[in-house]
Design a protein around this ligand. Structure first.
Ligand SMILES: *[C@@H]1O[C@H](CO)[C@@H](O)[C@H](O)[C@H]1NC(C)=O
Ligand SMILES: *[C@@H]1O[C@H](CO)[C@@H](O)[C@H](O)[C@H]1NC(C)=O
Ligand SMILES: *[C@@H]1O[C@H](CO)[C@@H](O)[C@H](O)[C@H]1NC(C)=O
Ligand SMILES: *[C@@H]1O[C@H](CO)[C@@H](O)[C@H](O)[C@H]1NC(C)=O
Ligand SMILES: *[C@@H]1O[C@H](CO)[C@@H](O)[C@H](O)[C@H]1NC(C)=O
Ligand SMILES: *[C@@H]1O[C@H](CO)[C@@H](O)[C@H](O)[C@H]1NC(C)=O
Ligand SMILES: *[C@@H]1O[C@H](CO)[C@@H](O)[C@H](O)[C@H]1NC(C)=O
Ligand SMILES: *[C@@H]1O[C@H](CO)[C@@H](O)[C@H](O)[C@H]1NC(C)=O
Length: 406
């Protein structure tokens, strides 16, 4: 049996190897759309989260939700792109990024968001990397990481995700793998090594209890806050308790690759690879990312372009981790980069919408909501589309002039 399997996998690798980056990833529409939204408001009080389904107009929300910082972080990502492309307009993007960060600042001391401070802190972390002496940014990061750390339970070994009415139920979602980055930034900034230990503990527990033997994942695990026992493994946003919500799988593969970046613990690399393999192997032929890998085909299941762009960015990070090994794993890098490029090309072909304010459509915010929220542009889908484009340039798999060829 092993021989046909090998032939099959090399055949898949060969097919994937033909993927080329879509020119839309570098389209002038990206900067023009985002600039228009950014310049439309000089003192932002609300933030774009998702669009309507028909004309693609951004819907704005109060800053006290988990998605507020994606738009300012995307403005900083366009500064990175300006540097990569030598366009000389980086400072303008930084100015806009700073302007759009201000509405998020009060959240560091008073927020109802709870655990999602990793996402909220992103533009301040970008600012800190550009200008380490900016006190507004460093103060915000320190407050956000203290918020996250206050949610860590030594009994459970994790940071708490959602606050529940029954505080004995300690809920942890796979998404929280993304917040662990903040612990590492916080450690660098403050020298508090407990932050690193808490990130490691949370990741180890998630590896044990969220990731299944086949590399798929539960969205939600509930622990008993009193004794740390697992009392539930299932979902809140996915199709079913035993299904795999595609966006959760994407957060997980990215989060474990990032844990390897910071710790070099091979268990995290193995886990990232397993989750990445499941992710790639469960995309249907045709390349449309479903909102849940196990949602029934009928009635037509909505896509989730955001799961695709988050997953692709995570695969590119995983590719970089393969190259950080000694000796560098070039075949591993090629495998993950080809998969990422294929996902970006497929997603562009079904979700790229010049007429929308967002870059992409066909995102699913929450298909369990009533009514379900599907078929929209989503701010984090766009953010990771820009980030993936930047990473491909860094990996020398694309260049900025590609966008002029469409
Ligand atoms: C410092 O960072 C904050 C928040 O990121 C930003 O709003 C502010 O403009 C920055 N200040 C300077 C002087 O760059
Ligand atoms: C949680 O653990 C405590 C202490 O062992 C126990 O009394 C309680 O019944 C447990 N709760 C659940 C929901 O398992
Ligand atoms: C989940 O459980 C249902 C009911 O037992 C079963 O029909 C389905 O195949 C399971 N799905 C997966 C992905 O295991
Ligand atoms: C290189 O990466 C691939 C994909 O992750 C993996 O299957 C393979 O074992 C890796 N090789 C080495 C020598 O680490
Ligand atoms: C993408 O969204 C459009 C418009 O809402 C819809 O007609 C189309 O079927 C969707 N495509 C996929 C692949 O789900
Ligand atoms: C997608 O959302 C629409 C509008 O809320 C809803 O009517 C539809 O049932 C959803 N699609 C699926 C397959 O759940
Ligand atoms: C889903 O969309 C409706 C409007 O159609 C909105 O009221 C609701 O808050 C949205 N749910 C989520 C989780 O964003
Ligand atoms: C940049 O991309 C274009 C279009 O794919 C290609 O023709 C050109 O050779 C590339 N330039 C460099 C320097 O890689």
């Amino acid at each position: 049996m092993s021989r046909p399997t090998l032939l099959l996998s090399s055949f898949i690798a060969l097919v994937i190897a033909t993927a080329t980056p879509p020119p839309e990833l570098y389209s002038p529409l990206i900067t023009s759309k985002i600039r228009t939204v950014a310049q439309g408001e000089s003192n932002p009080a609300t933030y774009p989260q998702y669009t309507d389904s028909t004309v693609g107009k951004w819907q704005y929300f109060q800053p006290d939700i988990w998605t507020s910082s994606f738009f300012p972080a995307m403005l900083y990502a366009l500064n990175t792109r300006a540097k990569l492309c030598g366009t000389g307009d980086g400072d303008t993007w930084v100015e806009l990024g700073r302007q759009w960060s201000t509405g998020v600042i009060p959240l560091e001391t008073k927020n109802d968001v709870g655990h999602d401070v990793g996402f909220l802190s992103m533009p301040f972390v970008e600012e800190y990397y550009l200008n380490p002496t900016n006190q507004t940014a460093t103060t915000a990061i320190q407050a956000f990481v203290a918020d996250l750390d206050a949610r860590f339970s030594p009994v459970v070994g994790c940071t708490r995700s959602w606050d529940t009415s029954d505080s004995d139920n300690f809920e942890v979602i796979i998404d929280n793998m993304m917040n662990l980055e903040l612990f590492f930034v916080g450690e660098t900034l403050t020298g508090n090594h407990a932050y690193r230990q808490h990130a490691i503990s949370h990741a180890d527990k998630t590896m044990q209890n969220h990731v299944r033997a086949d590399g798929s994942s539960f969205h939600l695990v509930t622990y008993n806050a009193t004794n740390g026992n697992v009392i539930f493994q299932g979902t809140a946003e996915g199709y079913a308790d035993n299904s795999t919500w595609s966006r959760g799988q994407a957060w997980g593969l990215y989060g474990f690759a990032n844990m390897f970046l910071h710790t070099h613990d091979p268990n995290y690399l193995m886990t990232a690879r397993r989750m990445a393999n499941y992710f790639i192997q469960n995309i249907p032929s045709g390349g449309v990312m479903p909102w849940d890998f196990n949602a029934p085909l009928e009635p037509a299941r909505p896509a989730d372009s955001s799961a695709a762009t988050i997953g692709a960015t995570g695969l590119l990070l995983l590719a970089e981790m393969e190259m950080s090994l000694s000796p560098a794993n070039t075949s591993g890098r090629d495998f993950w980069t080809n998969a990422a490029v294929q996902i970006l090309a497929d997603t562009t072909s079904f979700a790229w919408r010049p007429e929308f304010q967002s870059l992409l459509s066909n995102g699913t915010v929450n298909n369990r909501a009533s009514p379900p929220n599907n078929s929209t542009g989503i701010i984090y889908g766009d953010y990771y589309y820009v980030r993936a484009g930047n990473e491909l340039i860094g990996l020398e798999l694309a260049n900025c002039s590609l966008g002029l060829t469409q």
